[in-house]
Design a protein around this ligand. Structure first.
Ligand code: ARG
Length: 471
């Protein structure tokens, strides 16, 4: 084995990092280890981080003011080249970091080679991903708010629209359509809280940890953190370069949020089916069939439901990626990017399209009401009525079960049973029973906090509107 020390490593693209290596990488290994195909998406964060690092090095007297000026000039040109699509990404330079650094050095010479002083790709990549994700978190927070806004707007028009509420997918009790929609607003509001919470832990600066142990240069990490808008620095250099909790937390948040989306999508699919017929989705979110001319399929909702599987999969992938990694940085971590990127893209697209689709829902109140009338949805109301007349609830429950059985035999709704028949079940039943047996009577009676009575639902709407307006 012989090392040719006369070789300039940067001139030889096959061994970009050092003269230590005596043979080039095989093409297969190059392809296998390279990440530039996907991590180039981090370029803006990478340059931002490098500029903050360089400014700090100059302020601390580690590099000269002229070096900083050269680095800034070179980076400005690189930004232009990338934005114009003129930047030549090279597989042999492995990743976004080495590609940009090599180009910088080609443009400005020694200053480019000084940029990496007191830094490693390990703390660099951790910084880039956090910076990039922070920006995406903020975009997703506003998409989540948009989703909630769309649901609240639709709900506001339907506090008096009665539909069957279900348990076990069986008609249970009447609820308003608004009430049902607002259940999803609660879910997305919690998702928003989770997102804001994990943003705090994402927004800490790894840079300055260097490879793993810190550095001997007199760096000022707090200054870099301030310059990049981080809330603080990661407090242990080993943890700083190897921690990917923030990615796990984000993907967990995204998986939970996509599960919420998926539940809503499932309901839209059901509600649009002929058997329910509760709503219609706008044509622009549906597709036809190539064989059945009558079909309008809710493909967008189905895909949103399907894509939840993919995000849950990314969570499993990432969490497994971290399991068993010894401290500190390992190349395994390069595998964090594709799942994380795809999670962000999938969630953002899904939230955007679902919010639009909800805005275009056409509600069919008569069909909802008809369905609510079919399943003895006011049976609990009759039991509650008997409790008011002095019966213990368990006895009232049993009495109503008999009444429902008779109603089913006669093919009638409870409200259609003659008073005499009802009185046969309990003599205390009087004419006023019919007020509680109607869907609207049932709805109006559920005045408990968070209940489905129109006044309660209106209060929910106002609470959400105030919260969303406050941002
Ligand atoms: N592309 C690498 C990643 O994404 C950058 C860090 C590489 N560090 C190293 N020591 N090989 O993780």
């Amino acid at each position: 084995m012989s090392n040719d020390l006369s070789q300039d490593p940067l001139a030889n693209k096959q061994q970009a990092w050092s003269a230590l290596f005596s043979e080039p990488m095989s093409e297969l290994v190059k392809r296998y280890t390279a990440s530039v195909g996907f991590d180039q998406r981090l370029w803006r964060a990478d340059i931002e981080g490098s500029l903050a690092h360089a400014a700090m090095l100059a302020a601390q007297g580690v590099i000269a003011a002229q070096d900083l000026a050269d680095i800034r000039r070179g980076m400005a040109q690189i930004v232009e080249e990338i934005e114009a699509g003129r930047f030549e990404w090279k597989l042999e330079l492995e990743d976004v970091h080495l590609n940009i650094e090599a180009r910088l050095t080609a443009l400005v010479g020694d200053a480019g080679k000084r940029l990496h002083t007191g830094r490693s790709r390990n703390d660099q990549v951790a910084t880039d991903v956090r910076l990039w994700l922070r920006g995406e978190i903020d975009k997703i927070a506003s998409l989540l708010a948009g989703m909630q806004g769309a649901l609240v707007s639709l709900a506001a028009a339907h506090t008096e629209t009665v539909m069957p509420g279900f348990t076990h997918m069986q008609v249970a009790q009447p609820v308003s359509f608004a009430h049902h929609l607002l259940a999803y607003v609660e879910m997305f509001a919690r998702d928003g809280e989770r997102l804001a919470d994990l943003r705090r832990r994402t927004n800490r600066l790894p840079l300055g940890a260097a490879a793993l142990a810190g550095t001997s240069y007199p760096i000022d990490r707090e200054a870099v953190a301030r310059a990049l808008g981080f809330d603080g620095v990661c407090g242990n250099s080993l943890d700083a370069v190897s921690d990917r909790d923030f990615a796990l937390e984000f993907t967990s948040f995204a998986a939970i949020c996509m599960v919420h989306v998926s539940r809503l999508a499932e309901e839209l699919v059901l509600w649009m089916s002929q058997n329910f017929g509760f709503i219609d989705l706008a044509d622009r979110y549906c597709t036809g069939s190539s064989i059945m001319p009558q079909k309008r399929n809710p493909d967008v909702a189905e895909l949103a439901r399907g894509k939840s599987g993919r995000v849950v999969g990314h969570l499993m992938g990432l969490i497994t990626l971290m399991k068993g990694q010894p401290l500190a940085y390992n190349k395994d971590n390069q595998e964090d990017k594709e799942p994380l990127f795809d999670t962000v893209d999938t969630l953002a697209d899904t939230l955007r399209i679902m919010a639009e689709m909800v805005g275009g829902i056409r509600v069919k109140p008569e069909a909802m009401e008809r369905a609510a009338l079919r399943g003895y949805a006011t049976a609990t109301d009759l039991a509650d009525y008997l409790v008011q007349k002095g019966l213990p609830f368990r006895d009232a429950h049993e009495t109503v079960a008999h009444a429902v059985k008779v109603a089913i035999q006669q093919g009638l709704d409870l409200a259609e049973l003659p008073l005499a028949t009802l009185q046969g079940f309990n003599a205390a039943i009087a004419e006023d029973v019919y007020a509680v047996l109607t869907l609207r009577g049932s709805l109006a009676s559920r005045q408990s906090l968070g209940g489905t009575a129109p006044a309660q639902v209106q209060a929910q709407i106002e609470r959400h509107r105030a919260r969303l307006a406050a941002g």
